[in-house]
Design a protein around this ligand. Sequence first.
Ligand code: EPZ
Length: 416
Amino acid sequence: MESKIIIKGGKPLIGEVTVSGGKNSAVAIIPAALMSDDVCYIENIPLIEDVFVLKKMMEHLGADVTIEGNTMRVDPKGVSNWIVPDDLAREMRASYYLMGTLLAKFGKAQVVFPGGCNIGSRPMDQHLKGLGSLGAKIDLIGGVYVCSAEKLKGCEIYMDVSSVGATINLMLAAAKAEGVTTIVNAAREPHIVDLANFLSAMGATVKGAGTPTIRVKGAQKLKGCRYSILPDQIETGTWMAAAAATRGDIKINGCIPYHMESASVKLAEMGIEVIEGEDYIRVKALNRPKAVHIQTLPYPGFPTDLQQPFTVILSTAKGTSMVIETIFESRFRHVDELRRMGANIQISGDVAVIMGVEKLSGAEVVASDLRAGAALIVAGVMAEGTTVISNTKYIDRGYENIVDKLKSVGADVSRT
Ligand code: EPZ
């Protein structure tokens, strides 16, 4: 029986919460550990569904993977298989990182066309173009990518789109390619830099991560290492949204304020106080936010993953806001559910016009994807009355211990 999250909302969230390790870092760094010849210890792992699915995939390939607390131990010495099980690969988008990893390790990989959040068409042309340039032959046979490469040879790859996934996949393949690979028009998200640091810790040479041009010098052998992944940028932003939406005061510990610039600036524009410390952000929202305009862009622009939670804040802001979603073509599916709670939002293409109402009222709502689920949690704590969220499996893919964390800032929340 699918569990539901039940929230009695309408009061400010006040208190402190600590952010877990980054989901989108973890799902890139964990597969990378398969390329090492020795044991890797990855610390600050978020205990979320995507990590557990990835663990099962890696064990299927022959790796010995254990998790103790928030540290994952990966021993890749037993890895001898390059065929990723379809049922697991369909559960998450990031399973495609095993293409780059297994091509680098074996010169072979078989991965079914990946699943993941239904927020629009998720093409892979940039992945295929880049891996092809490195020397891989990739055929789509019965919905499965069958990849092979005599040898991966470094080259210059120009990305038509600054794709996070393609940048990561190419960095993985390049880590053991012969010579230098230059990725031009690369994505610059914090998790790209995190992966670069991990690959460097294993002995590859990676320069320029975080800029539009990344250079990877492949290494014949990659060694084991111990590495702690960065805090989750999107979880941090979700808590910022929860504080703003409930007119609360939340201190978010263990985050990197620099990564949150675009979100902090938007909250300040709304008239909300954002206090930044060395490794924390405190959001004090003592009055009704003002309407603002948001356009999602690749990092360091406003993250598309925060568009859904921030739309909730704007649904009860003073005035009319506009949100332009430039990254994915159907990332407004949470809006239908917000309308059920009383939101007044018009959608036209990639633009949402949000007329702020006084308040939302609790209702039965359904999460359609991971960040839509997060948005419904923000709506639930903000709305008067009771909200019941189903399809919570999406939320568990990306938020560790979400119910306990909500309780720690005073939310009246439970799970069936
Ligand atoms: C990653 O998805 C994240 N997922 C997404 O987070 C995030 O929304 C997205 O990056 C943007 O930041 C993971 O890291 C596992 P993209 P990804 O490739 O890699 C187009 C979450 O909630 N594109 O940067 O799939 C694509 O259509 C998830 O944590 C191509 O055209 O995103 C989109 O318009 C949801 N060709 C744009 O690029 C390609 O080959 C950005 O996609 C690849 C992508």
